[in-house]
Design a binder for this molecule. Structure first.
Ligand code: SF4
Length: 581
């Protein structure tokens, strides 16, 4: 299965035709993030808008997918409806292994279907089916229907959108399997703009593993590190939800639209509380022995007396922050209930929660009223948020359609930009300090996982601009190699440089193993060059006033330090975007 080129399936929805293409570049672009950037540069149009039918929607995997544990992500790449620039979004589930067992390194979809369709691809098949009857249906119904329409188990991945994607909401995600997402920056709207309700990837082939002892021994070593050491045990145990309590203690957990960073009410929504009250089971992405996905339940009385139905909802730190503390909702079941509606609508949970927190404060301040929000939003009132999430997904009126393009877009129209919790996109749940604020605002994906800025804040009080910017640039460089391998970033302790080099070597990617540093620097530069070519100006990014009013464990945010960090990091990003070899 290893090859010195990339095997890419391109599909044009306008003509219903596909083509398998061989592309050079394995030794420089590796896969994942690097391959996605290569493909956008080949098929993308920097100067056309994100919803132009010619724009590609790209899914790319890495050279170690199928060979080693936790190489389980797929990199989605597209021009984003959020900022009309090049963007990446990552998801796990079964998508990566399904592509590997369909004998593909990437899938590129261009064009626009005449009406709503589902695309099914595999090693030897391509099928496009009319699914007009699914347009307007939620993510759950769509998933269930597509499972029946495209039978087959094993490495089969089902990607689909809900009403939010159809309505081209910039918070629309692509849901896959039942509990995973290409969450941020609006990949769901890109599918919506292509009239693409679903994608089924059937991984029906197989491939031989390397002979000899080196590969199986190394596999066992990696597997043991992931399962029998404490490197990843926290992810299986309470999961990322354990961060709720920890960040609240550090005065770094955003509460009620970041009007506070800690609150005694945290005891209602800690990781322990979720586990004690709601946890049913853990799940894992394909090829992952860790299983960090925590599944809780909600139940609903549908008939008197005592007739209940229950549904399963996955939870993590980020969704709990967004629909819990950020909205002042402090009951585990109420939080899960909001998350469930978010899932059905096909919305990104972080963006939705943060946007609705802004809308709530906008009501409090009299900037908007119930006339716009259609429900009387109040911090802590889960029922009103359930309604508001539906309106956001459906784009019920002008207010929700505007809010669904980004909180700052709504604030431009109604006012209230100073308390919009936006750092390049709606904030992640880490009010840890100046380094995180800089890192998310300017980071490539505007994700807390672009770099470890949130972690740096938790360990350092000093204000050394050069040291911080060096850290951000070099940390991004190492993470870019991991996302080009499509490793789960939770496994970054397991997959240190030496381990990655051994893994690549053991399956036959010797040139990549020997040049990891140069390759990761090249991909880092290529991604920035691609982003800048589509309009990104890091110098133009501003940080709303609300963030400068925050007090963390380090004390009040230092505005001068923040400004200097931001402008120095912007300079380094622009340098990175120059001169890609
Ligand atoms: S640790 Fe979690 S997110 Fe990462 S691959 Fe495993 S199940 Fe998926």
């Amino acid at each position: 299965m290893i090859r010195d080129h990339f095997r890419v399936l391109t599909v044009d929805l306008s003509t219903s035709r596909g083509n398998v293409v061989s592309l050079e570049g394995r030794d420089e672009k590796a896969g994942g993030s690097g391959l996605a950037a290569l493909l956008f540069n080949k098929y993308g149009h920097p100067n056309k808008p994100w919803d132009d039918p010619d724009q590609p929607l790209i899914f790319a995997i890495g050279p170690l997918t199928g060979y080693f544990p936790l190489m389980s992500k797929t990199v989605g790449a597209f021009k984003s409806p959020y900022h009309d620039q090049y963007a990446e979004s990552h998801a796990g589930g079964r998508s990566a292994l399904a592509l590997r067992f369909a004998d593909l390194d990437a899938l590129v979809i261009v064009g626009r279907a005449k009406g709503p369709v589902c695309l099914s691809v595999g090693q030897r098949h391509l099928e496009i089916k009319d699914v007009s009857f699914l347009w307007g249906r939620d993510v759950f119904f769509t998933g269930k229907t597509l499972r029946n329409m495209f039978p087959g188990g094993g490495h089969r991945s089902i990607l689909r959108i809900g009403p939010a994607g159809e309505n081209k909401c910039a918070f629309a995600c692509i849901n896959l399997e039942t509990y995973r997402h290409f969450g941020r920056l609006g990949a769901g709207a890109v599918m919506g703009a292509k009239n693409l309700k679903g994608i089924v990837i059937q991984g029906g082939s197989s491939f031989a593993l390397p002979g000899g002892k080196e590969y199986p021994n190394l596999f066992q070593e990696v597997y043991s590190k992931a399962t029998a050491t404490d490197m990843m045990s926290k992810y299986h145990n309470l999961g990322t939800a354990a961060n709720l309590d920890a960040l609240d203690k550090l005065k770094s957990l955003p509460w009620r639209n970041l009007q506070q960073t800690s609150d005694l009410a945290i005891k209602g929504i800690t990781g322990d509380r979720f586990a004690d009250d709601t946890l049913l089971r853990n799940m894992a992405c394909s090829g992952c022995p860790v299983g960090c996905i925590h599944i809780g339940f909600v139940r609903e009385k549908f008939m008197e007396p005592n007739r209940y139905l229950y549904r399963q909802v996955s939870y993590d730190y980020e969704p709990i922050f967004a629909t819990g503390s950020m909205l002042g909702v402090t009951n585990t079941f109420s939080v899960l209930n909001i998350m469930e509606i978010v899932e059905k609508m096909g919305l990104d949970v972080m963006s939705s929660g943060v946007a609705l927190a802004w809308a709530t404060e906008a009501i409090e301040k009299g900037i908007v009223s119930e006339k716009e929000t259609l429900v009387d939003l109040k911090f802590g009132d889960a029922e009103s948020y359930k309604e508001a999430v539906r309106h956001l997904g459906m784009g019920s009126n002008e207010f929700y359609r505007l809010l669904g393009q980004g909180t700052l877009k709504a604030a431009e129209h109604y006012g209230g930009a100073e308390f919009a919790c936006v750092l390049g996109q709606e904030m992640a749940g880490y009010a840890t300090g100046e380094v995180f604020l800089t890192a998310q605002s300017l980071g490539f994906r505007h994700s807390h996982l672009d770099t470890g800025g949130y972690s740096y804040d938790q360990k350092h009080k000093d204000k050394n601009v050069e040291k911080v910017v060096d850290f951000l640039v070099h940390d991004e460089e190492s993470r870019v190699f991991l996302t080009s391998m499509v490793s789960c970033l939770f496994a970054r302790e397991v997959y240190n440089e030496e381990c990655l080099a051994d893994c690549l070597q053991s399956v036959g990617y010797t040139a990549l193993a020997d040049n990891m540093e140069a390759v990761s620097r090249h991909i880092q530069k290529l991604r920035w060059q691609t982003r800048v070519a589509t309009g990104f100006d890091p110098k133009g990014m501003s940080i709303p006033k609300r963030f400068t009013e925050v007090t963390t464990w380090k004390g009040p945010v230092d505005e001068d330090y923040l400004d200097t960090l931001k402008s120095e990091y912007a300079k380094r990003i622009l340098e990175l975007a120059e001169d890609v070899a």
